[in-house]
Ligand binder design. Structure first.
Ligand SMILES: Cc1ncc(COP(=O)(O)O)c(C=O)c1O
Length: 450
């Protein structure tokens, strides 16, 4: 099998940086100006991690494409890392937003549409009761709070290298010896996460039973398939055991479908008949307008009700003045009804299979020890010969330099991949030509390395 010449990679990366600068003078100008008012020159600090030494500034976006301030056109396979999986500004969502904006944006009072959304959530995801938040982070935080409140247990359990948004309890990892500690660069945690959280590897049923058997874990918070350290599928029967053991030890199961909604209209949960106690999701459900929801079972609702003090329910740590605002609700209703439809998934998953096959062919043509993984309308390439079983293995094999090169090479040729792990999503507007263009650029990038 072929291997990558690291010295050559370094000089190629430098060439791509030069090209990036040449093609983005206006973005650079704006970045220089932004640095005078925005810390790091970016609206969110992590944006300094994009490949390229400054971020590109967008002029406009529609469907599966966007144009930057220098007039460069891009096929967008990043799609806001799932936030715009619906395609940018889908027409029906846009209509609903415009119409609602005329009638009121936020009131802290319900509109009738919120019931339609509640009913759709019930139908789509299978749980009977729903509440709203603005971000998936908050939906997870609120579900965790409810689980701890009801069970009276102090701890939560997460899997090594998970990501569920900026939820304090989740920034914990295992070191090389398997000892838990704050995740590297965990900035100013409220408390050492070892007090709040147990962390084990995904797919490790033995450790799960040991961790739950002490009876102090309120909830397991997990994605049904890990996606944030790359796609890591559950081992056969992992979900059966996860459910059996959480029930055996009285621990709630919170499934976070924010990314795995790529698996189908009801997420991985519906595709695989999972039975979570809580279900959380955010990002694409309102077509890019901030919105998130969390649902729970009758059993959770009844136990919560028995403990709830109505007079203090607004200061109990679960809230958000703007959550459930009329604009998000209208956008959510239209997005579920017209965009994230059964029909969309059928087409998008088929096109994603075509994307995956294209990447696979290139890997085979150049005899590389790489693989491509797919989950629904999400695919990504891995620079290693076999899929990792868990977050620890995945993290140990990340090749930042190669990752950066592949990303920047594509970006310089009009293709935006999701940063940090070269993942691609298919939107309702992505075309076969878009996918062919990606395959051709991917092939050229690989060829340049040989
Ligand atoms: C699985 C998962 N849950 C939650 C979140 C947090 O979403 P947000 O940043 O919109 O709060 C993310 C973000 O990437 C995520 O991947």
């Amino acid at each position: 099998m072929n291997t990558i010449d690291r010295t050559r990679l370094q000089s190629l990366l430098e060439q791509e940086e030069v090209l990036f600068h040449q093609n983005h003078p206006r973005s650079f100008e704006l970045y220089t100006r932004a640095k005078r008012s925005l810390y790091g020159g970016v609206p969110m600090l992590w944006m300094i991690r994009w490949a390229g030494s400054f971020p590109i500034f967008v002029d406009h976006a529609k469907g599966a494409h966007f144009v930057d301030v220098d007039g460069n056109e891009y096929i967008d396979f990043c799609l806001g890392d799932t936030g715009a999986m619906t395609g940018h500004s889908p027409d029906k969502t846009l209509e609903a937003i415009k119409s609602q904006a005329e009638k009121g944006i936020t009131l802290m009072l319900p509109f009738e549409d919120v019931i339609s959304v509640g009913e759709e959530l019930q139908r789509r995801f299978g749980l009977p009761y729903w509440q709203f938040a603005l971000t998936a982070t908050d939906a997870n935080r609120f579900a965790l709070r409810m689980a701890r409140f009801i069970t009276g247990r102090p701890k939560v359990l997460v899997f090594n290298y998970c990501y569920h948004g900026s939820v304090d309890e989740t920034f914990i990892t295992l070191d090389n010896e398997g000892t838990p500690g704050a995740r590297p660069n965990n900035m100013g945690p409220q408390v050492d996460p070892r007090y709040t959280t147990k962390v084990i590897e995904f797919n490790d049923i033995g450790s799960l039973e040991i961790a739950l058997s002490s009876g102090d874990v309120a909830a397991v918070l997990t994605e049904p398939v890990m996606t944030n350290i790359g796609i890591i599928h559950p081992a056969p029967e992992f979900h059966d055991w996860l459910r059996k053991l959480t029930r055996k030890y009285g621990t709630y199961l919170i499934i976070d479908e924010t990314h795995t909604i790529c698996a189908g209209p009801g997420g991985y949960t519906r595709e695989h008949n999972l039975e979570p106690d809580f279900f959380t999701i955010g990002k694409p459900i309102a077509g890019g307008v901030p919105a998130a929801v969390y649902g729970f079972t009758d059993e959770v609702a009844n136990r919560f009700e028995a403990l709830l003090d109505k007079d203090d329910s607004d200061v109990g740590g679960i809230g958000g003045t703007l959550a459930g605002n009329a604009l998000s609700i209208a956008a959510m209703k239209a997005t579920f009804e017209h965009v994230l439809t059964e029909d969309f998934y059928k087409k998008a998953i088929k096109l994603q299979e075509y994307f995956t096959a294209g990447v696979q062919e290139v890997i085979a043509e150049f005899d590389l020890p790489w693989i491509v993984k797919q989950l629904g309308n999400r695919s990504e390439y891995w620079f290693q010969p076999a899929p990792p079983k868990n977050g620890g293995e995945a993290a140990a094999n990340i090749d930042h330099e190669l990752d950066r090169y592949m990303h920047l090479y594509a970006l310089n040729r009009g293709i935006l991949m999701t940063p940090f792990h070269n993942m691609a999503l298919i939107s309702p507007e992505t075309t076969t030509q878009d996918v062919d263009q990606h395959t051709a650029v991917f092939r050229e990038a690989v060829k340049s390395l040989m």
